[in-house]
Design a protein around this ligand. Structure first.
Ligand code: RIB
Ligand code: CA
Length: 312
């Protein structure tokens, strides 16, 4: 039985690969893409999401623009990682497919109200502003969400945008708190997992060896995207953060984690956006998330490459 999902995204090269993976996987029915400001401003994330859909041969995929700033903060972007366009690497033409007229938050609300309760999984790949806004505007939809599978946060890896916080959570900590406190079944793919999903020369060559436009684009995006992480961490390559969300849906056995309590810091200027993960269960705070710590990286890249091969 296919899983119905909504991908909430701020493309971002890694978001782009995640979207391609989802669109290449028949186990998933992508009901729509909702776009949020994050890696780059909303006009660019809305552009980039449509570029990826057209690359995947899916100009029919509805793309909805959402919130252009966090709930209560100024927007922080990440051009230093993703480049000015958010999809730097290859030259890419503007999309021709249109944005939907409906706001992303309205799409989330209407979809959750119209689909059978418990049948739709939300897959946030960026700041959680759209999801939190939908929950605040329509509290009745919270109980109708099957699960939220998101990329964000960290425990052992602590932070990538500050010493204490991962970017998606840092940009909109108030939104993250709403989502983590909502009581929806939650799977978190933090830096602890995604930093083990590193592109290497062989893995990127496997994308190129697909001999397709998709393979060429993914290789070019990862070549661009990895320069930041190589310089910062001295790592072998780029962490493919967001595709881990889709891979967990497709092959959860590639991952390991534990049900723990995760709280979001929203008050401290020093640790704003920190995911305070009770990995060792030293408190009696109730578990609210399946927090992923491990990944079979070879299995992940084998799955990703095999699925990308299905796109032209
Ligand atoms: O910290 C990594 C996350 O922030 C990824 O989702 C990346 O695309 C950015 O949104
Ligand atoms: Ca992202």
């Amino acid at each position: 039985m296919t899983q119905k999902i909504i991908i909430d995204t701020d493309p971002g090269q890694d978001d782009a690969v995640a979207i391609l993976l989802a669109l290449a996987s028949p186990e998933l029915e992508v009901l729509g893409l909702t776009v949020v400001a994050g890696n780059v401003p909303l006009d660019l994330t809305a552009r980039n999401a449509r570029i990826v859909c057209e690359l995947a041969g899916r100009p029919d995929m509805p793309v909805f623009a959402g919130c252009d700033r966090p709930l209560a903060r100024d927007l922080v972007t990440a051009e230093h990682v993703h480049g000015k366009t958010g999809l730097d690497g290859p030259q890419m033409a503007d999309p021709t497919m249109p944005l939907q007229d409906m706001h992303a938050v309205d799409f989330i609300i209407e979809t959750l109200r119209s689909q059978p309760a418990g049948s739709v999984t939300l897959c946030p790949l960026g700041p959680l502003t759209n999801i939190a806004t939908a929950f605040r505007r329509a509290p009745d939809i919270v109980a109708r969400v099957a699960r939220i599978v998101l990329m964000g946060g960290a425990y052992f890896e602590v932070g990538n945008i500050t010493p204490a916080a991962e970017f998606n959570i840092y940009v909109d900590p108030e939104a993250a708190k709403i989502v983590f406190d909502a009581g929806v079944p939650l799977t978190v793919l933090p830096l602890d997992a995604t930093h083990k999903a590193l592109t290497t020369a062989d893995r990127v060559q496997a994308f190129r060896d697909l001999g397709t436009e998709v393979g060429r684009m993914v290789a070019a995006w990862t070549d661009f995207f990895e320069r930041f992480d190589k310089e910062k961490y001295g790592s072998a390559g780029a962490p493919l953060h967001d595709p881990c969300v889709i891979a967990w849906l497709l092959a959860p056995d590639l991952f390991t984690g534990r049900e723990i309590n995760v709280e979001i810091e929203v008050d401290s200027p020093l640790t704003r956006g920190m995911t305070v993960a009770d990995w060792w269960r030293v408190t009696d705070r109730p578990a609210n998330a399946l927090f992923i710590g491990g990944i079979d990286a070879d299995g992940f890249f084998a799955l990703l490459t095999e699925r990308l091969a299905r796109l032209s």
